[in-house]
Design a protein around this ligand. Structure first.
Ligand code: NAD
Length: 477
């Protein structure tokens, strides 16, 4: 049984209710979390405010940085344990789960170093005046985290908020939250004061909603579906609470005829099979120069057929999807493809050892998908790659920009002029040229345009979002 973590203590919900946690690899319940309510959120917000007023706001930036660094080192010591938790909770293959735990440590390392480098400015003004700006923390920040990358999203969101001097109340997803409870315990062990990091588990419409509505929350960071992002923004707007929204995408990988296909093919495949396609930045649309459409699809088809899906502990190319409803969602998309006579190029295979009760889906490559079809427009959040061809650069740009989303664009070309033209013309928060998110990008600002959301997390840029600017004008004669 898992508990909320409030003011450095494990606390049951006042509701007395729990939610079973299912292992996606076999669909069986293996633990329980608290089904918290608005009263639990209120306790966490009060604990956070108390921590802010009594200790956190009095800590120097360098001291704050040292604490974040101690947590980073502690996480590094616990990578194996955290990865094992995440693997069972999310169904992540071992390699991916370890990479996520390592990335979490890296986020805290990066933000540890950033704490004492966030400076204000002095501004030349009227004679006899001095004007300066201070970057002040919002106060108590709320963090609503999805199930696809609990540790990574905690790292980028909570790491940045703490570095900027905030205290945090975190609502992890009901499907996957165990690693974050453990990280909060580790934070207490390295000396984080009680109330600086609080975890309240439960359903979105109960805990998430209560968090977004709570008058003591000064900023909300949300990563998840566009529908819930809209709700959060509406609720927060009633008290003019700032929000950062990261709402996923339908990101194109654009391959020109002059591309280095040996480099592009593994990145295209990884971009859609990583975490079984349940990735906000998944490269889920493949736009290919008509001159190489057939040969590229043939090579990709051969590669897809070799992909293997199975229990997370087998550490194959893909693990299961998070839950049965997500599996059903992918099936619905694929049956729509059949109805529309969209051709399938290839599919990977679910291994024979995979339990029938697990939530598995073979990776699937579809071709000639009309740009207006929902498979080209909506986030499947599963391992389904849709391919279509383009005639020229203008056509490629038109297709790339033809969805409501704007998160990531991948461009594969050796032509230097085209690299810059494409980077300028596509509407996306980030453009990767001849790579697709290589290196994890902890240092790189990340976020969307259009329905992919607004605001930036990751990198130093995130610190601006987690602070508010105060201008101080002094007349000294
Ligand atoms: P979701 O948006 O419902 O859940 C994300 C988080 O929001 C969870 O912590 C959830 O408990 C919380 N939440 C849900 N309803 C809420 C509410 N009314 N108020 C406050 N918080 C609330 O996402 P989901 O249902 O788990 O997945 C549905 C789809 O969302 C997926 O298929 C995918 O397309 C998308 N998604 C995107 C991302 C991403 O990284 N951008 C992550 C998860 C899901």
């Amino acid at each position: 049984m898992q508990f909320n973590y409030i003011a450095n203590a494990s606390i049951p919900s006042s509701s007395g209710r729990t939610i079973p946690m299912l292992d996606p690899s076999d669909g069986q319940a293996f633990d329980e979390i608290q089904r918290s309510n608005a009263a639990d959120v209120d306790s966490a917000v009060r604990a956070a405010r108390q921590a802010m007023d009594s200790v956190w706001s009095k800590l120097g930036a360098a001291e704050r940085g040292r604490l974040l660094m101690r947590l980073s080192l502690k996480i590094t010591d616990y990578v194996a344990e955290l990865a094992a938790i995440e693997q069972r909770d999310c169904g992540k293959p071992t390699t991916q789960a370890r990479a996520d735990a390592t990335a979490l440590a890296r986020y805290f390392e990066f933000y540890a170093g950033a704490c004492d480098k966030l400076h204000g400015e002095t501004i030349p003004y009227l004679d006899g005046y001095s004007v300066l700006t201070w970057r002040e923390p919002h106060g108590v920040t709320g963090h609503i985290i999805p199930w696809n990358y609990p540790m990574q999203i905690f790292g980028r969101s909570v790491g940045g908020a703490l570095a900027a001097g905030n205290v945090c109340v975190v609502k992890p997803a009901e499907d996957a939250c165990l690693s974050l409870i453990r990280v909060a315990q580790l934070a207490a062990e390295v000396g984080f004061p009680a109330g600086v990091i609080n975890i309240v588990t439960g359903y979105g419409h109960e805990v998430g909603d209560a968090l977004a509505r709570h008058p003591g929350i000064d900023h909300i960071s949300f990563t998840g579906s566009p529908t819930v992002g809209t709700l959060i923004q509406q609720v927060a707007s009633q008290r003019h609470c700032p929000v950062t929204l990261e709402l996923g995408g339908k990101s194109p990988q654009i391959v020109f005829a002059d591309a280095d296909l040996d480099a592009a093919i593994p990145a295209i495949i990884n971009g859609i099979v990583q975490n079984a396609g349940q990735t906000c930045s998944a490269g889920s649309r493949l736009l290919v120069d008509q001159a190489i459409y057939e040969p590229l699809l043939e090579r990709l088809g051969q590669a897809f057929e070799k992909l293997r899906v199975g229990p997370a502990a087998m550490d194959l190319d893909l693990g299961p999807l998070i839950r049965q409803s997500q599996q059903q969602r992918v099936w619905d998309f694929l049956s729509d493809a059949q109805v529309a006579n969209i051709p399938m190029v290839a599919q990977g295979r679910i291994v024979d050892d995979a339990p029938e009760t697990g939530f598995y889906q073979a990776p699937t490559l579809l071709r000639d998908v009309p740009v207006t079809h929902r498979l080209s427009q909506e986030e499947v959040f599963g391992p389904v790659l849709v391919a279509m061809s383009f005639r020229d650069e203008d056509h490629a740009v038109a297709l790339a920009n033809a969805t409501a989303f704007g998160l990531v664009t991948g461009v594969w070309t050796r032509d230097g002029g085209r690299q810059f033209r494409m980077a300028k013309r596509v509407r996306a928060g980030q453009v990767f040229i001849n790579n697709y998110g290589a290196g994890g990008g902890v240092e790189l600002p990340f976020g969307g345009v259009k329905s992919s959301g607004h605001g930036r997390e990751k990198g130093f840029e995130a610190l601006y979002g987690f602070t508010t600017l105060k201008t101080v004008a002094i007349r000294h004669g």
